[in-house]
Design a protein around this ligand. Structure first.
Ligand SMILES: Nc1nc2c(c(=O)[nH]1)N[C@H]1C(S)=C(S)[C@@H](COP(=O)(O)OP(=O)(O)OC[C@H]3O[C@@H](n4cnc5c(=O)[nH]c(N)nc54)[C@H](O)[C@@H]3O)O[C@H]1N2
Ligand SMILES: Nc1nc2c(c(=O)[nH]1)N[C@H]1C(S)=C(S)[C@@H](COP(=O)(O)OP(=O)(O)OC[C@H]3O[C@@H](n4cnc5c(=O)[nH]c(N)nc54)[C@H](O)[C@@H]3O)O[C@H]1N2
Ligand code: SF4
Ligand SMILES: [Mo]
Length: 674
């Protein structure tokens, strides 16, 4: 039988948002490849993209609705599932009001119509929603205060004009591999690479300089760099006078600092700081920020301090420059899709994605408890910090409904499991606000497998039981038209997108080239009026992270090592752990100094622990890692015995509503030798 090739896109929450071509034979997905015509994808997918085929066809994929009865899963019909869940919702509302129904979701899929789940909950008239992010909101808020929002240069501009690439806390070759061809192109013409990361990364050997700040202290490093610019008269006076507000105040704050003081705090050499500051001032320098260093209690201010440094150095609005965190250029009409006006504010409550466990447990003691909890496109028991609290909170809820493809850590604690389709079984539009600004059309490649339904169909089925199916609707094309109507002025319509597969309205080579920023003043804001209105410090200043030897000596004596549970090479968060072959347990990578101090050798079994929890893994000694830092790739499944987030705290960040998983001290204890 001939192989059919269908254009679609990778749904994984990633900087690259690849356009994909699905190969289908006899109705079965057999292969995917990167679209060779897409300027970012360039015909390549990462291993996680390729492994989507195995995810779709995996024998453990759940293909029928299930209900837990006496601790065991039983398959049930959709009719029964819809009827029983709708009944539970009605009872909860009657007894405790609309807020007793809660919804937690995340970016399990970056498809536009995943947003329809909120249409369902808004149409209920009220509910409890988890807001904020366990990923990146501190940094987003920082960009909102400084620029209005985050915006990226076209990578072609960086490939052609950047002389210094500062990869600051981004694991580019692992998490953002489609940036690599642009970096390579620049290096070929002599551009230099600087890595700022406590850990060794694939790119370290190619770097002209690798700075390894103590985790969570990048704000001090940025201040040190800014001090050198000021000392040497290297500040871009035109930018700070004409295109910015608040520079004098920020400059005054720097009076209390020096390169040496900053260097001592962040544990980086003052000479290296001076060298890098001069590169910033004297060469077109681009900064690729990762999300790692904003996952600390001081994370938002850290990003603001780095933004301030880049602004002072004259790299904003300049070819080959820029500070890249996000690319928030989309113009979807979310209100048309999600109908927030349908809910009544007195029946609406927001918990945060990060602190939901505390909030659920507190609510259970009131007359507005959580009775029915829906989870979709997310695995909170695996991925939200402080797993033990999440487990306690979810256990206190009468009925937990999980919509997913696999019985992951959250699935197993559910009461109902509703199987959803994968991207290959759906029609939709894919987008990302991380970097790649293209919209990609998702054509249905295969028929839904088993009894799986698209998320929107599941919510439509429930809406039918609850009597508002008509308002919810069931027309994919109409929803896409409504959501995309603002693109029409750029000539982008659903029909054209489907025909051409990927399109963008965002072609500016250089972000903010006109120096018209999306802030209230229209300028770059060293001092932000929006921050002030939010009750936050209007200007960025340095604070220590919370779990820090300088801030909490007692804690650091008990738990001397920084734990970085960074994003895994071969999985998108927890999504591939049951698909790709993984070692038996987590690899605990430590520096040579930790190995000597704790008497550990390669392969030893250790317990990594703090007051919140513990995890076991095997030691790997990595030369050149920050001397007090432990690395473990995240995403492991607790249901298989490796609940990494038992170690992390559900403290919030300074600005934005965001998580602080990397602000985490631990100790190690040998369990047995290798
Ligand atoms: N392979 C793969 N790719 C992914 C993902 C995945 O799970 N796997 N996840 C996707 C998602 S959801 C996201 S949010 C992005 C994340 O993309 P990245 O931001 O690139 O990934 P992270 O693992 O969060 O952290 C990146 C780096 O930050 C460093 N870091 C940690 N703390 C500090 C610090 O205090 N200072 C400095 N300078 N560096 C620090 C870590 O050592 C790490 O190398 O990747 C996306 N792409
Ligand atoms: N310790 C530690 N914790 C972390 C992080 C870290 O670096 N360290 N990183 C954080 C970050 S950056 C992120 S983004 C979060 C991720 O947190 P989550 O988004 O909760 O985690 P994922 O593992 O990506 O799980 C997404 C789930 O969505 C499901 N899914 C995929 N497509 C669909 C769909 O179309 N419909 C439905 N209903 N489900 C779908 C997948 O099967 C998967 O089970 O984790 C955070 N947690
Ligand atoms: S995970 Fe990212 S890099 Fe990999 S195929 Fe998907 S979009 Fe591309
Ligand atoms: Mo993320």
């Amino acid at each position: 039988m001939a192989v059919e090739k269908i254009r679609t896109a990778c749904p994984l929450d990633c900087w690259d948002c690849c356009s994909m071509i699905a190969h289908v034979e006899d109705g079965k997905l057999i292969k995917v490849e990167g679209d060779p015509d897409h300027p970012f994808t360039q015909g390549k997918l990462c291993i996680k993209g390729h492994k989507l085929v195995d995810r779709v066809n995996h024998p453990e994929r759940v293909l029928e609705p299930m209900k837990k009865v006496d601790g065991h899963w039983q398959t049930i019909s959709w009719e029964q599932a819809f009827r029983e869940i709708a009944d539970k919702m009605r009872v909860a509302r009657a007894q405790h009001g609309p807020k007793s129904i809660m919804y937690h979701y995340d970016y399990g899929s970056s498809a536009l119509l995943k947003g329809l789940s909120l249409r369902f909950f808004n149409l209920l008239g009220g509910f409890t929603e988890t807001i904020g992010s366990i990923c990146w909101e501190a940094g987003l808020q920082a960009h909102k205060y400084d620029f209005g929002h985050g915006k990226a240069h076209r990578p072609e501009d960086l490939a052609a004009h950047t002389e210094t690439w500062v990869v600051w806390g981004r694991n580019v070759s692992v998490t953002n591999m489609h940036m690599m061809p642009f970096l390579k192109q620049a290096r070929k013409r002599g551009a230099q690479l600087v890595i700022i990361d406590p850990l060794q990364t694939d790119l370290t050997p190619q770097a002209a300089l690798h700075l390894q700040p103590r985790p969570g202290t990048d704000g001090a490093l940025a201040i040190g760099l800014a001090c050198h610019l000021r000392e040497k008269g290297l500040v871009d006076e035109t930018f700070v006078r004409e295109h910015a507000v608040g520079y004098d105040e920020f400059s005054k704050y720097l009076d209390d600092w020096s390169v040496e003081r900053a260097a001592e705090i962040c544990e980086v050499s003052a000479d290296d700081i001076r060298w890098l500051a001069e590169r910033f001032a004297q060469t077109p320098t681009t900064t690729l920020l990762g999300l790692g260093m904003q996952r600390y209690a001081n994370g938002g201010q850290t990003i603001r301090l780095i933004n301030a440094l880049v602004a002072m150095s004259g790299n904003i609005g300049r070819s080959g420059g820029g500070v890249h965190y996000s690319n928030q250029v989309h113009r979807f009409d979310w209100d048309a899709l999600q109908m927030p006006h349908a809910r009544q504010e007195e029946h609406y409550r927001a918990f945060t994605k990060v602190t939901q466990a505390d909030e659920i447990l507190a609510a259970q003691e009131t007359n507005e408890p959580i009775q029915v909890l829906f989870v979709s496109s997310a695995n909170p028991v695996g991925q939200v910090p402080d797993t033990n609290k999440i487990l306690r909170a979810y256990d206190s809820v009468d009925c937990v409904v999980v919509i997913d493809m696999f019985l992951h850590d959250t699935g197993v604690v559910g009461d109902y499991f509703l199987p959803c389709t994968t991207v290959f079984e759906e029609e939709d539009v894919m987008y990302s606000s991380l970097w790649n600004p293209y919209l990609s059309y998702v054509n249905r490649a295969i028929e839904p497998m088993g009894q799986a339904k698209a998320d929107w169909e599941i919510f439509h089925g429930l809406a039918q039981e609850l009597g508002f199916a008509e308002t919810f609707g069931h027309d994919v094309h109409r929803w896409l038209d409504e959501a995309l109507h603002r693109y029409e002025e750029s000539g982008i319509t659903r029909e054209r997108l489907q025909k051409e597969s990927f399109l963008t309205h965002h072609q500016e080579p250089v972000a903010w080239a006109d120096f018209k920023f999306a802030t209230p003043s229209g300028k770059y804001e060293f001092v932000s009026s929006v921050a002030l209105a939010d009750g936050k410090p209007p200007m960025a200043t340095y604070e220590e992270p919370v779990e820090s030897p300088r801030r909490n000596r007692e804690l650091a004596e008990k738990y001397p090592y920084h734990l970085l549970t960074i994003h895994p090479r071969r999985s998108l968060n927890s999504q591939h752990y049951n698909i790709v072959s993984m070692p038996e347990r987590p690899i605990v990578e430590i520096s040579e100094q930790i190995a000597a101090r704790a008497g550990l050798a390669d392969g030893d079994l250790v317990r990594v622990y703090n007051d919140r929890g513990d995890v076991q893994g095997n030691i790997k000694i990595t030369a050149g890692q920050h001397r007090r830092t432990v690395k473990i790739e995240q995403g492991w499944w607790g249901s298989k015995g490796h609940a990494l987030n038992t170690l992390t705290s559900n403290r919030l960040t300074d600005i934005g509503i965001s998580s602080t998983q990397y602000d985490c001290l631990v100790n190690l204890e040998k369990v047995s030798s290798s």
